[in-house]
Every structure is written in structure tokens, then in C-alpha cells.
Design a protein around this ligand. Structure first.
Ligand SMILES: [Zn+2]
Length: 252
């Protein structure tokens, strides 16, 4: 997650604007902590990638996507456990919720921990309390990879193992008509600030997770960080080197 609330963004109304990355694939940078929410249009519904930092924000994301695509959100993929990525899930009632294997069990017991973390990062106490109370643990765990074809693009949910958090998941959206793949990285990649490594991070595994991310997306992919602007493979590679150096790991 971002290290602190970005005061400049505090007054920005609602979730949006939505940035089109490819036909049927969008993302938006949410106010507050600059977390990313992404989405992929399917034939009958939308897959949302991360759900925002609160119940009201989740509802804004849902409504924004309905305006954009005219479809309900039927699937949600959570990239990891941090409050700014999962606290809006309750607003997607009826959606199938996916996370890395183990995230469901972890979140079911982590309400108080996430509530405190959110308040520590500047969230209003009542907003944090409601979100923690209504937190929805994913009902579907991804142990390795799960491929779905919700519409014109193949979507792979990939368990990245522990790295930024104990349960990291990447969402790899296939390219089409010569367009590049799009990789929703969660906080394995951050552009708007230094990647945050909290007590649940596994620094020793993080550089290898980024190697894997690069292998999944390839050289031409658009990499969508958990926080910040969309980047290319070169940025991810540089962040991998910086993390290896920061954590005292030998570089390949
Ligand atoms: Zn995070």
C-alpha cells in the first residue's frame, strides 16, 4: 500500500476517471492512497481487479463500471490482502471473489488488523470499522493459475507466492489484434512511490516474483502497478534490481 494518504487527491470526487488500456480493459487510480482498481469486460459481466479502500468506494467502482460497460460486475480478483485493495468487496454482492490460495482464510481472521492498519494510514474510524465489519474473504482460492475467458480476452489469475504480501496474485490479460498483454501487478510493482514492504512481505522472494511477472507478460506488456502510472517491462526490471539491492540480495 502507499505509505501515507495523498492529501492532494483527497478532495477528488469518486472513483475515476477510468483509463482505457485496451478495448474492454480499464483501470482507475483511486483517491486517497492512489490504489489501482482495474477491470476486464466479459460477455455477460465484468471482472474487477481489486475493489477499493471502502464500501462506498467499492460502490463507486461498481457504478462506474456499469456506466462504462452496461454490465454488472460478476467476478472480482483481489491482488493481495491490504485494506486499500480489498475493503470495497462487499459492494460487489453476488460476485465470485478470487484470491491467491490462503487469502480467504487469512482475511476471515484479519478484520481487526486491517481496520487498525487503515486507521493508521489515515482512514476515518467509522469508514474503516464498516469496511472491516463487512470484509468479504474470497471464496475461490487460486493455488497456481486459473484461466478464464470472460469475453474476447483470456484472463489468467496467477498465484505469485509471498512477496509484497503473504498472498500475491497477478492478473494477466491476453493481448488481442496485435495489442500487448496487460498485467495487473498489485503491489508487486509500485510507480508512485517506493514499493512498500511491511511485516507481511517476503523480501527474499520479491525479485524472483518480478522475474516471473516479466516472464508472464513479456517485453511488450503494459504493467499496471498497484499504485501509480502504467509502466513497461524496463521499469519492472529496474524495480526488481532496486529491490534486490535494497534487500541485500545478489542480482542475476
Ligand atoms: Zn499492498
Amino acid at each position: 500500500m502507499a505509505s501515507h494518504r495523498d492529501a492532494d487527491r483527497e478532495d477528488r470526487p469518486g472513483a475515476g476517471p477510468w483509463e482505457e488500456l485496451a478495448p474492454g480493459v480499464v483501470r482507475c487510480r483511486l483517491p486517497g492512497w492512489d490504489a489501482t482498481a482495474g477491470a476486464v469486460r466479459g460477455k455477460a459481466g465484468v471482472l474487477v481487479v481489486d475493489t477499493g479502500s471502502g464500501v462506498a468506494e467499492g460502490a463507486e467502482i461498481r457504478e462506474g463500471l456499469h456506466r462504462l460497460f452496461g454490465l454488472p460486475v460478476t467476478h472480482a480478483a483481489l491482488t493481495h490482502s491490504h485494506f486499500d485493495h480489498v475493503f470495497g468487496t462487499a459492494s460487489f454482492e453476488g460476485a465470485h471473489v478470487y484470491g491467491a490460495q490462503g487469502l480467504g482464510g487469512y482475511l476471515a481472521d484479519a478484520r481487526e488488523e486491517l481496520r487498525q492498519d487503515a486507521v493508521r494510514h489515515g482512514m476515518a474510524a467509522d469508514v474503516a470499522a464498516e469496511a472491516a465489519e463487512r470484509l468479504v474473504p474470497p471464496g475461490h482460492g487460486v493455488s497456481e493459475q486459473l484461466t478464464m475467458v470472460p469475453g474476447e480476452r483470456e484472463v489468467r489469475l496467477v498465484n505469485m507466492g509471498p512477496a509484497h504480501s503473504a498472498f500475491d496474485l497477478a492478473v494477466v490479460v491476453g493481448g488481442r489484434d496485435g495489442g500487448p498483454p496487460i498485467v495487473f501487478c498489485g503491489d508487486l510493482v509500485e510507480e508512485s512511490g517506493e514499493p512498500q514492504a511491511g511485516p507481511d512481505a517476503s523480501p527474499a522472494r520479491w525479485p524472483a516474483a518480478l522475474d516471473r511477472l516479466l516472464a508472464l507478460g513479456g517485453e511488450d506488456a503494459l504493467y499496471v502497478p498497484g499504485h501509480g502510472a502504467v509502466v513497461g517491462a524496463g521499469f519492472v526490471r529496474a524495480q526488481r534490481e532496486a529491490l534486490a539491492e535494497r534487500f541485500g540480495l545478489s542480482s542475476t
